[in-house]
Write a new protein. Structure first.
Length: 437
């Protein structure tokens, strides 16, 4: 090795040894820019040494190539160090951005499980309500059947519940009331009240009269009593439907309404918690992402300049190699290197960071959230109230975060009869105060 190549070799060996002796924490991928790799001044020093060497010796010999080979090895290590730092910074930016994107306005697992449980409780209650409604309808149908039976019995009573004419003449005094079909045997008078008739004639007459009206009375009483019995049975039937089945149904309906309110209130509470959690998560991750971007941009400005210096050094090394190996003009090659503009990102695209725009913020507040969760929405109704059991329905949304706002009055079950009572009239006249009108 010739004497004029010694300074360059000593420089390279010193720089390489300094790089190799760097503490491990300074060779980490995310080291601060001031500690990452060798500084741009080191690269510039190598560049100046190569240019000085070219001025001192226009015809490089084999000893110069040995020094250049060492520089090549050193430069390769520097390039890898820069690429590692660039990849690490890009990874940090991408990771923090992905974390930010994954911050969603979603219900927690605990809330989803709670809503699923409350929805099942409401549906089970509705199934019980449906059964009680069926029992009530069965009861009223039975009363309707009893009504038809009662009407048939009372239909036999009504025709005989009318005044009947006296058989033959003369008419005794006093006569039965024309508005009553009740024959009172106490109205039969003794012989002194008969007047012109003989005792035996009077007795015969009155006996026929008594027999005739006794038969009418017995028929009337039998049919009236049968009608009244049917009326009493029908009244008991309706009372049972109202006091047992209707009351049980109404209590269950109110219970189901309360279960629905519990479900909707839980959804509001879960949405409020999710909104707070999302806002906190989003704000925190935005700060982390912007911090990683700022740190990566600062590092990029350092390694970008370092890599551009390495590209100039590589151009000079190629000029020396070409001069030795092929006899190419070293001067013109070196002038071309000095006149060139080097673009690291064009040569190695990964040296330029990919920075992502901030994702939009999902809108929420403490009382409502997305339509797929908000009580009262079409999605909510489809999820929780579709295919309700027969004879049941859901009430108007009663929670604070319902679509359209909370109700103006507390939610209670709709108090409407399942079916109207049958119009079972069993009256023969307005005097039958015991009948069903």
């Amino acid at each position: 090795m010739k004497q004029n190549s010694m300074p360059l070799l000593v420089l390279v060996l010193g720089l390489f040894g300094a790089w190799a002796r760097k503490p491990n924490d300074q060779q980490e991928l995310l080291a601060a820019p001031a500690d990452a790799g060798l500084s741009g001044d080191s690269i510039a020093q190598i560049e100046r040494s190569l240019l000085n060497l070219a001025q001192e010796q226009r015809n490089p010999d084999s000893s110069t190539l040995e020094s250049i080979a060492l520089i090549d090895s050193f430069i390769a290590n520097m390039k890898q160090d820069i690429l590692d730092r660039a990849n690490s910074s890009q990874l940090a930016v991408s990771r923090s951005f992905q974390n930010l994107v994954n911050c969603k306005l979603n219900l927690t697992l605990e809330t989803r499980e709670n809503l699923s449980t409350l929805s099942a409780i409401h549906r089970e209650c509705s199934a019980e309500e449906s059964q009680l409604a069926t029992n009530y309808k069965t009861c009223t149908d039975n009363c309707d059947t009893r009504c038809a039976t009662a009407q048939a019995s009372c239909g036999l009573y009504c025709p005989v519940n009318t005044p009947q004419p006296m058989p033959g003449n003369p008419v005794p005094s006093p006569t039965p009331s024309p508005t009553s079909c009740w024959y009172d045997t106490s109205q039969v008078k003794d012989d002194n009240a008969v007047g012109l008739y003989h005792e035996w004639e009077a007795n015969q007459y009155y006996q026929k009269w008594e027999d005739n009206f006794q038969a009418l009375y017995d028929e009337w009483k039998t049919k009236r009593d049968t009608c009244k019995d049917r009326v009493d049975e029908l009244s008991s039937c309706w009372t049972n439907c109202a006091s047992v089945h209707a009351n049980a149904y109404e209590r269950k309906k109110q219970e189901c309404t309360e279960h629905q309110y519990d479900l909707e209130t839980a959804a509001c509470f879960g949405a409020s918690r999710s909104c707070y959690a999302y806002q906190s998560c989003h704000a925190s991750l935005v700060n982390i992402y912007l911090g990683d971007v700022a740190s990566a941009n600062a590092s990029q400005s350092v390694w970008y300049d370092e890599y551009r210096g390495i590209m100039r050094v590589e151009c000079l090394l190629d000029a020396f190699n070409a001069s030795v190996l092929s006899g190419a003009s070293l001067t013109s090659a070196l002038d071309a290197c000095q006149a060139s503009t080097f673009q690291p990102c064009t040569a190695v695209p990964s040296l330029c960071l990919q920075i992502y725009p901030l994702p939009g913020t999902e809108q929420c507040n403490t009382t409502s959230t997305n339509g797929s969760v908000q009580p009262g929405s079409a999605e909510w109704i489809q999820t929780h109230y579709s295919n309700m059991p027969g004879k049941t329905t859901y009430e108007a949304c009663g929670a604070q975060c319902c679509v359209g706002g909370p109700p103006t009055t507390p939610t209670t079950a709709t108090s409407t009869p399942l079916v109207p009572f049958s119009n079972c009239s069993l009256c023969c006249s307005s005097t039958d105060d015991w009948c069903v009108r």
